[in-house]
Ligand binder design. Sequence first.
Ligand code: S3P
Length: 440
Amino acid sequence: MSKDLIAKAGSPLKGRIATPGDKSISHRSIIFGALAEGETMVTKLLEGEDVQRTVAAFRAMGVEIERLEEGAYRIEGVGLDGLAEPDDVLDMGNSGTAMRLLTGLLASQPFFSVLSGDDSLRGRPMGRVVNPLRRMGAKISGRDGGRLAPLVIEGQELIPIEYTSPVASAQVKTAILLAGLNTAGETSVTEPALSRDHTERMLLAFGADVRRNGLTVTVDGWPEMVGQKIVVPGDISSAAFPMVAALLVPGSDLTLEGVGINPTRTGLLELLLQMGGDIEQLNVREEGGEPVADLRVRHSQLHGITVPIEVVPRAIDEFPVFFVAAALAVGETILAGAEELRVKESDRISAMVEGLSRLGVELEELADGVRIIGLGVELPGGAEVESHSDHRIAMSLAVAGLVSQKPVKILGCENINTSFPGFVELMAGIGADIVWGDGA
Ligand code: S3P
């Protein structure tokens, strides 16, 4: 059954809220906890569907993962050579991160495995991890010559490579480093721009030998990794929705507590500040090797900008909601160099252009971005829009509904649970009028 959302303009957004745990760090804490020796304790783990897929996959490979209480997990690490062959297909659901990271890991494990996922995931490019892994000697096959899942992996002993990736992708980088962990010698990845570096930080914390030289990161095979205590910071990619909503809804004053502000993830903050957003970083601290802050956000009249190209990889997941901010800004906003948006959970450029134009915004779709003519005031709204089964499109269009003259209905929003369980309740708690509608 499809679940729809109805979002309407209402009261200002006020209060203090904690946002759910970071999705990227949650996946990695399960993976590295399983591969280390001894116990890893994780708190504030994101309990969304994507991370649950990673948890289920490691359980299927014989790893004991115990849920102690909400967000608190104990993982009994089995070491790099302790995983068991799963006796069924590993279903990665909607999660590109789980799929690509596990492809790298499993390529070097001495057993057979099959990875698949939902319609969206089976349409996303896997060649970006399969090709470099094949250069390491991996035996991976799949639809379209291994470019699409399901992927069949006959685990092998691999040889290390020095790989130069054509895309700035933390999933590609991490997949190769994970293969390299179980491979004798030095494996390195060079990216065109620095993608999120949670893997490097976490590997260091677990005791692996990982070195960075400019845009190149290198790991030594067979490190001794020891279980850790990990506190997962709040996900800036989830905080982005209430953050942009508070900037746009008049009279708002909202504090988001414990948000991860790793510099490889703060592109949206930089863009919103450039647009004139009133966002203060308070109580900046470090938790588990990651910088964290409370963010105080107040309503602001934004103005359009041209997005500096170097910010793109650091804001890649936040562009759908950034488009909503640009639609309410005064003047034009231009984004280019963001063709990666077309291969996310949906084609996020066309999904947002379609959705926002139905709500009365003037946009021009570019091959690698968008041009948005900001209205400077609230949107006309009053339409039904498609989420394209993409969690971030659904939440972004819900934020657009909060600043529309007439209610907005967003169709098929169940995938919000992949990254932000409790989104509707959390938004309602700060005064937003977003409710589940009567999906057919
Ligand atoms: C992620 C990396 C990014 C991001 C995704 C999570 C990760 O993808 O979009 O949501 O956890 O490594 P790419 O590696 O495809 O850029």
